[in-house]
Design a protein around this ligand. Structure first.
Ligand code: NI
Length: 428
């Protein structure tokens, strides 16, 4: 996921470990997760040392396969990507829930000074996907030890290529949703967030994260001498007008209770101070929270760019590169996650996320196909305040490793709650 905006400044001071707050109704899950944590933390550090990028992550895949070895899972690996799909079968027939961790790192040069910092030049697990894999392996271990106590199946989806490579879509095309033999009926994923208090679980029903699309506009005019623009058709002021017109179109065209962000992040034109160029180019991202708004704004970008250019005798061509869809949490599964997480971690750890984030996530593809939810897991390091700690994607991003136990317990709790709730009623 792309880096989220910081929380508004709050009272300074070290992050509270919310997982310790409250009186957990199911204390054994968190206790069991804590017993598994040293192994999970060791795995996380091994993964952190050797980050890999994109869809092909052979060393990462090897570490995950080795860690799952001996748990009695049915394992499949991907064809187009180095994914791992592991299915755990419980004691009886029942539905399937899918739990997902992403696996890829980012082209970031680590600057944390950690003893287990990245040894791969120019690559870093700066988005916490190392922790996601460690938590999901831990949840697999915990649930495998309890397989006699539940009916149904749990599919553990280890997914490369979340950072812009559409890895989840590829895994769906390769059959991850049917990996257990029946289609998954629910799905859940956690994403760590160092800008939330350690151990806090936050999610909301409906849109939780945005769709993010890239766009590029090429303005074509006619070059000439900088001293005589009247003999040319200067694309540079046209491009500048388009940047501003797009902002106006957004504020006038999107309802106040809807959300959209358009940022032009690149402007390019020309080669010399004395020469009016033939073309100018601008590019950026559009983020939206509703499918119809997203499609309408794609048309808006093309129309505004073309219209502004035409007003000056130039032309403009807009190209949209669609990114991930809106991440939409199913209200029913969101409610189940809120209850299960509160039971396992204590009510003080769990809350509804007040507003969506405008970052994007390719778990959205899974949530388009299966009712499910993504939750943020606060991971602010000790002795830091959430609003001042380096965000996801920063070269200085670190997490509180204690939250790995919290994540293991949360994922296991969600799976067990779903499977228990869906088990056949013996009285019927
Ligand atoms: Ni991420």
């Amino acid at each position: 996921m792309t880096p989220p905006p910081r929380d508004p400044p709050g009272p300074p001071g070290p992050a509270a470990h919310l997982s310790a707050a409250g009186a957990p109704a199911v204390p054994d899950l968190l206790g069991e997760a804590r017993r598994l944590a040293p192994q999970a933390v060791a795995l996380r550090r091994a993964l952190h040392r050797g980050p890999e990028e994109g869809l092909t992550l052979p060393a990462t895949q090897r570490l995950v396969l080795d860690a799952l070895d001996g748990l009695g899972l049915e394992i499949r690996t991907g064809r187009a990507l180095s994914s791992v799909t592991a299915t755990l079968t419980g004691a009886g027939d029942g539905p399937t829930i899918l739990l997902r961790a992403d696996m890829d790192a980012l082209p970031v040069t680590e600057d944390t000074g950690l003893p287990f910092a990245s040894r791969a030049p120019g690559l870093m697990h700066a988005c916490g996907h190392d922790a996601h894999m460690a938590m999901l392996v831990g949840a697999a271990r915990l649930l495998a030890g309890r397989r006699a106590a539940f009916a149904g199946r749990v599919v553990f989806m280890f997914q490369p290529g979340e950072e812009g490579h559409h890895g989840a879509r590829l895994m769906i095309e390769e059959g991850v949703l049917e990996a257990s033999g029946t289609r998954a009926e629910a799905a859940f994923a956690l994403h760590v967030d160092p800008n939330l208090p350690a151990g806090a679980v936050r999610l909301r029903p409906g849109p939780q994260m945005a769709a993010s699309d890239r766009f590029r506009v090429v303005v074509r005019g006619r070059g000439g001498h900088a001293s005589a623009p009247h003999t040319a058709c200067d694309p540079v002021p046209v491009a500048c007008e388009i940047v501003l017109a797009l902002q106006t179109a957004l504020t006038r065209g999107v309802a106040a209770d809807d959300s959209a962000v358009l940022s032009v992040t690149r402007l390019a034109a020309g080669t010399a101070a004395g020469v009016i160029p033939d073309t100018a180019e601008l590019a950026g991202t559009l983020r939206t929270l509703a499918g119809p708004t997203r499609l309408r704004l794609h048309e808006t970008i093309a129309r505004v760019a073309g219209g502004v250019a035409a007003a000056h005798g130039a032309t403009a061509e807009a190209v949209i590169d669609p990114g991930y869809p809106v991440t939409v949490n199913d209200p029913g599964v969101t409610g189940l996650v809120l209850r299960a997480a509160a039971d396992a971690l204590g009510a003080g750890a769990v809350d509804v996320l007040p507003a969506p984030q405008m970052t994007a996530e390719d778990f959205s593809y899974v949530l388009q196909a299966v009712p499910g939810a993504l939750a943020f897991l606060g991971a602010c390091p000790p002795d830091r305040a959430p609003h001042e700690t380096p965000a996801l994607h920063s070269p200085r991003m670190t997490i509180d490793e204690d939250v790995i136990a919290t994540g293991i317990a949360c994922e296991a709790a969600v799976a067990l709650a779903f499977l228990a709730g869906r088990a056949p009623d013996p009285d019927r």
